[in-house]
Design a protein around this ligand. Structure first.
Ligand code: M6R
Length: 599
């Protein structure tokens, strides 16, 4: 989705803003633009396509500006074009602004503005904000007051940053349901949709809340809440390492992030407090009372939730309901008392997950979130939070976040099992010890990359790809298929192995490679039977197991519920190398955005 970067301070900012936009490229975009304020004048430059196209258009003379806003646009209203790209300006060209989100009432606002003589240059919803600001400012208010009034008229989701050449040295901003964070340096302030945009310059960040309006000058930041009351917000120290947001010699962020997994899991495990009864910030009394768990998430996080269902039900013996956040709101669920609601999200900003969480909270459920971004919207709305410590995940296709989400969920399952008396302390300790070996197991698994690459080289031209698994490995099959289709654009599907004979086997033939997830377990023989069924239709079978059989991709041995946490890496390699052989744009796949901040 769109990315915003702003700067107000003492430094020349054109390059800072471009650099910030490049760090937000992972969010997905089709055009980019910048507005710089200099000598009481606003210069707007836009380009379709990549940020580097924009960079080439910025004149040397404009590079001295110390105040500016920049944007990458992911088209919603109107095609990708120069006219539709941000920043948008009012009729006079004095006011420029960038916006992320959707203004739901823009049509009615636009109709009124047109009647009052405003001239529109774009098809976007955003442009109405510039014209509304122009009108409000003309009423004689100062720019910030006018801006606050305008935000009251907007329905929908927005993060906005705006400038006015008539009030040089001031940047104003607002946030409602779209992410916006400020970075604080000793030379000025950044505004951004996400931390990597300014992480090189500062790790001090303020996360704004819905309804906040903000006035920034080179020396000060004033924040007002939804009632326009001046308030202070906590300054967070971000522990991410800057190098984590760089490719570090790898061809793509995705492959780098797969190789980050052992460390990310280690960091995640180390931050879970050793006192198991406090591991999830849930008071012991509450944890004991839990009768069931709802888990809601989207995309890859949803697949982590599906795997967790098997793990929690197996160890803690309590029921788990998993729902896609985007569908959750359409079900008239009567929440069961004493059920815990868990939201899983890498970004902590996914609008669908946030909406589902708010529903559950409104119905009186306690909410626990598992997120990667401290201070994100989902974290702020939750009663309790546990963090994955992946550092920034830049590649649109989620890899290390998935493994870390599963790590936290696995630990949670063990804790619930113990506090609820489903396993003994000794059993808990054995299982937890096994979990603690995961970073090492992942390091071993990374050694399979070349083997997986050779397989990918043989199958990458296939017309379709299938993944099968049973029990906790069934959702992993879904994730394997999602990963592959996201970055290769090829057709891929995941199935419960026992289900293929009920229909999906019709698509199997000699050209369809089938990845079979077959950990050692009571179901191993059944998995082999499923493999026989597809082999009989001529399919090429790629077995991922931990049983040391010949001609299989053999990952280190674990119990079958820990297997998905280890085998995920192999599927990620498989997707990566197929997409790479096909020459796809792996880190920024077509049509996808990293952080989906609209419902
Ligand atoms: O930030 P979130 O974990 O809430 O994001 C959820 C999905 O949008 C995300 O997992 C998406 O499916 C990724 N592209 C997966 O690779």
């Amino acid at each position: 989705m769109c990315g915003i970067v702003g700067y107000c301070g003492k430094e020349h900012c054109a390059n800072l803003l471009i650099e910030g936009l490049k760090k937000l490229e992972y969010r997905g975009y089709d055009s980019a633009g910048i507005a710089l304020e200099e000598n009481n004048k606003i210069v707007v430059v836009k380009a379709v396509g990549q940020v580097k196209n924009l960079e080439n258009l910025i004149k040397k003379s404009d590079k001295k500006a110390v105040l500016g806003i920049a944007h990458t646009r992911w088209a919603t209203h109107g095609k990708p074009s120069l006219q539709n790209s941000h920043p948008h300006t009012d009729c006079s060209g004095d006011i420029a602004l960038v916006h992320n989100g959707i203004i739901e009432n823009f049509l009615e606002l636009k109709k009124e503005l047109l009647k009052r003589g405003h001239k529109f240059k774009s098809e976007t919803d955003t442009e109405v904000i510039a014209h509304l600001l122009e009108e409000e400012y003309k009423k004689g208010k100062d720019f910030f007051t006018a801006f606050q009034k305008v935000t009251r008229k907007l329905k929908g989701a927005f993060a906005i940053a705006a400038l006015n050449s008539k009030e040089p040295g001031v940047m104003v901003a607002a946030k409602k349901q779209s992410p916006l964070v400020a970075g604080i340096t000793n030379k000025g302030f950044f505004l951004a949709s996400d931390i990597p945009a300014f992480l090189k310059h500062t790790n001090k960040a303020i996360f704004f809340e819905d309804g906040d309006t903000v006035k920034i000058t080179p020396k000060s930041i004033e924040i007002y809440n939804a009632d326009f009351r001046k308030i202070t917000r906590k300054v967070h120290t971000i522990s991410w390492d800057i190098s984590a947001a760089e490719k570090g010699g790898f061809k793509h962020f995705m492959i780098k992030e797969i190789f980050d997994e052992p460390q990310a899991v280690k960091d995640t495990l180390q931050t879970l407090p050793p006192d198991i009864t406090k591991a999830f910030s849930l008071p012991l009394k509450e944890a004991k009372k839990i009768e069931g768990v709802y888990i809601v998430a989207c995309g890859t996080a949803y697949h982590a939730a599906l795997v967790a269902r098997y793990i929690i039900e197996h160890f803690a013996k309590i029921p788990v309901e998993v729902e896609m956040a985007s569908e959750f709101k359409y079900r008239p669920i009567h929440f069961k008392k004493n059920w815990l609601f868990i939201a899983v999200s890498q970004s902590g900003e996914t609008a669908d997950t946030l909406a589902a969480l708010k529903n559950a909270k409104a119905d009186g459920l306690k909410v626990l979130s598992i997120c990667n971004v401290v201070g994100s919207a989902i974290v702020r709305e939750s009663d309790y939070s546990v963090f994955t410590h992946c550092g920034p995940e830049i590649s649109v296709a989620s890899t290390k976040a998935f493994t870390c989400q599963l790590t936290v969920l696995y630990a949670l399952a063990l804790q619930l099992a113990y506090v609820q008396g489903a396993i003994t302390k000794a059993e808990f300790e054995d299982l937890y010890q096994e979990l603690l070996t995961l970073p090492e197991l992942l390091k071993q698994t990374l050694k399979l990359e070349n083997e997986v690459k050779k397989i990918a080289a043989k199958v990458y031209k296939s017309p379709s790809f299938v993944f099968i698994g049973r029990n906790a490995s069934f959702p992993l099959a879904l994730e394997g298929a999602l990963k592959l289709k996201e970055i290769s654009y090829e057709h891929a599907e995941g199935f419960a192995a026992g289900e293929i004979k009920h229909g999906p086997i019709a698509i199997i033939d000699k050209d369809v490679p089938v990845v079979a997830l077959a950990p050692k377990s009571d179901l191993y023989e059944k998995m082999l039977s499923s493999c026989q069924e597809v082999a009989a239709r001529g399919a090429k079978i790629i077995i991922i197991t931990n049983t040391s059989v010949k001609n299989a991709l053999d990952v280190p041995y674990t119990n079958e519920y820990l297997f998905p946490l280890v085998a995920a890496t192999v599927l990620q390699f498989y997707a990566y190398h197929i997409a790479n052989f096909l020459g796809r744009e792996i880190d920024k796949p077509r049509n996808l955005a990293k952080s989906v901040t609209v419902e």
